[in-house]
Design a protein around this ligand. Sequence first.
Ligand SMILES: [Fe+2]
Length: 201
Amino acid sequence: MDRKKFIFTSAFTVLGLSTFGSIIKLPNGKFGGDCETTNDILGPFYRPDAPLRSNLTTPGLKGTRIKLKGKVYSSDCTTTLKGAMVEIWHCNTEGEYDNNSKDFRQRGRLITNAKGEYSFDTILPGKYLNGVLYRPAHIHFRVTEGNSKELISQIYFKGDPNIEKDPWASKDKAELRILQIIPEDTNGSLVVNFDVYLGED
Ligand SMILES: [Fe+2]
């Protein structure tokens, strides 16, 4: 739903506005909102059954290390979800996906903890051509949880010059998925935060 239209046409009380949208109290007493994380294409390189693991780095792996972390929320925009499965996959610095090996390089999935948190150690992906244009660097996500709608999406990185002409990253709905890479501490560790808001099943 278009966010402005939602706010101005809703007959319900808007309780709060955040970066992620508005939260309203529904007639049934539950909370709801338009915080749902937007989807993106699955792409051709998804492989099911990636290993359960949080560390996608290996000794000798080229690339800038990042910690990619966040929380998974339900459709009420406020309740964190433990037991959600978060799956990510991305290319290496050469723009190549591991589509065949048993190592499932730069592919992994994990289950959110009691606080709904997930965290992966990986690298910043490289880029690959889509026709004559490079796709911006991106990480694919698939998030599933028993009572929520499956999310298939992608994240991008602020300042990437290839976002503007990419058919998917340049869409309005991708705006909240273009993320800052943050120096976390004095050791130069880099962090990317991405909270996921699932839709109602
Ligand atoms: Fe991709």
